[in-house]
Write a protein that binds this ligand. Structure first.
Ligand SMILES: Nc1ncnc2c1ncn2[C@@H]1O[C@H](COP(=O)(O)OP(=O)(O)O)[C@@H](O)[C@H]1O
Ligand SMILES: [Mg+2]
Length: 357
């Protein structure tokens, strides 16, 4: 794995800032698996990506462009770094929001060297003009740089070295078709199983020299919202508790008490998740309610509700997305300690098909 210098690490930190705070960045960097073999879970993605990389290495050529999609904290940035590491190629980092003009992208592309891996985080947030330039660069390793304005403008073709683009997005569906089609390989990251998170917690505890019992680890894993970033975060918070209020060992009891203190519930729902469910049930009678209305009710961006909170709530069977809006399931009502109305989605057997999207 090539090491990132401080500036790159800082840059990367900003890219993940929505979900990782400053104290977290350094720790995350230390906890990141450095090779495919070290990656826990995501078996299918790991195997497929391994093949793509092996084949490229065997041919001595840059591999196809790779698109990584999935909710925050599941390992997109980690995999991008691993791809570069496994290819022994430098990783260049940027993000969609940083590319506001085609010129920004042209500057990045023309600075690439043969075989570089270019990581564009949040690629769905790039400007339209830049997207169009990117299609051409991905396919023909060439961009047209437009000089001047109006009728006198001329396009100067510029050759760029062959590179591998790794794009990350929380929603592959938000990418325009032509851009999506130019990725030779798309990996969708899924939430992790508790047993996999358990493995991650043990691994991180080893690296951070935290003493923990198997039961303590399982308790953290089961409340981590299917997300490695959260598992690592909870581990550190529980360690604090263990050091201050106990003998330093993360036991089952210590983990449970600490997580209660930090308001992580037994299903791992965080404050936003609960806020969404709460608004849905208490304010909107269980729905259906439109995404925008729901977002306003919890004081969050539409995108955050849709891309961060909802995937996990859907996965737990607490929320359903229907053509008429979001609805709370009977399980959601029960989760909040409320009585589900008889009409609640999932309240009667066989009802699910009625609301299927
Ligand atoms: N498969 C995995 N195995 C072990 N740790 C992981 C895995 N995926 C993610 N992590 C950990 O979770 C943290 C967040 O991962 P990251 O790649 O930054 O997520 P994303 O870019 O998808 O938001 C990383 O610091 C890493 O330590
Ligand atoms: Mg990331």
């Amino acid at each position: 794995m090539n090491h990132l210098d401080a500036a790159e690490e800082e840059h990367l930190a900003r890219l993940t800032a929505a979900d990782a705070d400053s104290d977290e960045r350094a720790v995350e960097a230390a906890l990141r698996p450095r090779s495919l073999a070290e990656v826990v879970g995501q078996h299918r993605v790991r195997e497929q990506l391994g093949l793509v990389l092996d084949a490229a290495r065997a041919r001595g050529r840059a591999p196809d462009h790779v698109l990584l999609s999935g909710p925050p904290g599941l390992g997109k940035t980690t995999l991008a770094m691993i791809i570069a590491g496994e290819l022994g190629a430098p990783l260049r980092l940027t993000s969609g929001p940083a590319i506001t003009h085609a010129g920004d992208l042209a500057a990045i592309l023309s600075g690439l060297q043969e075989g570089d891996v270019l990581f564009v985080d949040e690629i769905h947030r790039m400007s339209r003009a830049a997207e169009e330039m990117l299609y051409m660069a991905m396919e023909d390793f060439r961009v047209d740089v437009v000089i001047g304005k109006g009728p006198g403008a001329t396009a100067i073709p510029l050759e760029i070295p062959s590179f591998t683009l790794v794009g990350a997005t929380t929603r592959a569906g938000l990418l325009p078709g032509p851009l999506r089609d130019r990725f030779g390989f798309t990996a969708h990251l899924e939430f992790y199983e508790p047993a996999e998170l358990d493995q991650i917690v043990h691994r991180s505890a080893g690296l951070l020299e935290v003493r923990l019992t198997d039961e303590g680890s399982r308790e953290i894993a089961s409340r981590s919202r299917g997300t490695p970033r959260i598992a690592n975060r909870l581990l550190r918070r529980v360690r604090d508790y263990a050091q201050v209020r106990a003998d330093g060992v993360v036991s089952h009891d210590v983990a449970r008490k600490a997580l209660e203190l930090y308001e992580v519930d037994a299903s791992g729902l965080d404050r936003l998740d609960r806020g969404v469910l709460d608004a849905l049930c208490r304010r909107f009678g269980g729905g259906p309610v439109g995404l925008s209305t729901l977002a306003v009710a919890v004081g969050e961006e539409r995108e955050t509700v849709e891309e961060v909170a909802e995937p996990f709530l859907v996965r737990l069977g607490l929320l359903a997305r229907t053509p008429r809006g979001r609805v709370a399931t009977a399980t959601a009502w029960r989760h909040l300690g409320l009585t589900a109305p008889a009409t609640a989605f999932g309240g009667a057997p066989g009802e699910a098909t009625l609301f299927e999207e």
